[in-house]
Design a protein around this ligand. Structure first.
Ligand code: KG4
Ligand code: ZN
Length: 337
């Protein structure tokens, strides 16, 4: 079964054709990052306009690269939540039009479940149940993946998402948006023990995250140094920050796996491309006898393949939408269609 997946929740216009949830036949991404970089972050109005301009060509290229026409496609899957509302609406409207015109089934996909499904593409042997750590620019969640379409949220961020924290630290240091990757690169040259940074104390749910204190500590360190005329070693600061945030993410995930009886952990989302997060989670899983999964780097960030993959599982579960489908800016993964 071939699914055309459409993704436009933030600043990538993406479309892909995936067969049976795992075999990627094409994966086209039109990134807007170079334009948003000029403003230090995503400008929602610009994002919507660029999605409108790009979506037709991106979808057409996804079909042609997969050697398909719409006649070969069995369903259209689209990200309908969560994300920037104007951006989501472009993908949703396009997918609705396509489904209505062709008579193909329309499958609404939750963006976070799409990130989770990226692991099925890169690791075809992975099967639920397992514990997922989803870390992106907008989300930081520990999630029980009970089945391909059934989830329970174990922990989530109380404030900034992990990717947001990477990006704000990067901006403070002077790297362009989105700076997560630049922090990762700088970390490889730095000493992770050069600066001692705080681990947050989160009252209540012990699996919840809070990154605003860590972010503020880095910002204060940089500003105080500049007021005193001292220089900060950026490579050392990035390495120390990356080590700290990796420890926070990994220690809570491993603890949750122990407490809930999971022996398999899968990380995904844009921040799962981070070398520190990947290597620490992988080594802690090894140490504890857990199986560890992560997507290939090209499926960590937003893409259409992960939406087509999850669209396949949602289709099998009977999820369908009609022309009344709307985009939703905020929606927990446990309240999906
Ligand atoms: O999943 P994604 O593409 O979009 C959202 O759903 O938010 O994640 C984007 C985030 C950005 O914050 C970006 O800086 C971060 O992922 N990111 C990284 C790395 N690559 C991307 N953060 C840390 N290290 C990386 N190598
Ligand atoms: Zn995402």
């Amino acid at each position: 079964m071939k699914i055309l997946g459409i993704e436009s929740s933030c600043d990538e216009t993406a479309a892909a054709v995936v067969e049976d949830g795992k075999a990627v036949l094409s994966n086209i991404i039109a990134s807007q990052i170079d334009e948003h970089k000029l403003y230090g972050g995503v400008v929602p109005e610009i994002a919507s306009r660029r999605h409108c301009e790009n979506i037709y060509t991106v979808a057409e290229n996804a079909l042609s690269e997969a050697n398909c026409t719409l006649n070969d496609i069995d369903a259209v899957a689209v990200t309908y939540a969560p994300g920037l509302i104007g951006a989501l609406l472009v993908g949703v409207s396009f997918a609705k039009g396509l489904a209505m015109d062709t008579g193909l089934p329309l499958v609404p996909v939750h963006h976070i479940s799409g990130h989770i499904a990226a692991n099925y593409i890169s690791n075809p042997n992975l099967e639920p149940p397992y514990l997922a750590l989803v870390v992106s620019g907008g989300h930081s969640h520990i999630i029980e993946v009970l089945d391909y379409t059934e989830y329970r949220i174990v922990g989530r961020t109380r404030d900034d998402a992990a990717g947001e924290c990477f990006d704000k630290v990067a901006r403070t240091i002077g790297y362009p948006y989105p700076g997560g990757k630049s922090v990762d690169e700088a970390s490889k040259r730095g000493d992770p023990d050069a600066y001692i940074l705080p681990h947050p104390n989160v009252a209540g749910n012990e699996y919840d995250f809070s990154f605003s204190g860590l972010k503020t500590a880095v910002i204060n360190l940089v500003h105080n140094a500049s007021q005193r005329g001292e220089t900060v070693n950026c490579d050392d600061l990035c390495a120390s920050f990356q080590k700290t945030i990796s420890e926070i993410l990994v220690s809570k995930t491993i603890k949750a796996a122990y407490d809930l009886g999971y022996k398999t952990i899968a990380v995904s989302g844009g921040v799962s491309a981070n070398s520190g997060v990947r290597s620490l989670l992988s080594s802690e899983c090894n140490k504890n006898g857990f199986e560890f999964f992560c997507p290939e780097l090209k499926y960590c960030g937003d893409n259409g393949a992960m939406i087509a993959s999850q669209g396949y599982f949602d289709f099998l579960a009977g999820k369908r939408a009609d022309e009344s489908l709307n985009a939703v800016a905020t929606l927990p993964i446990t309240e999906i269609y």
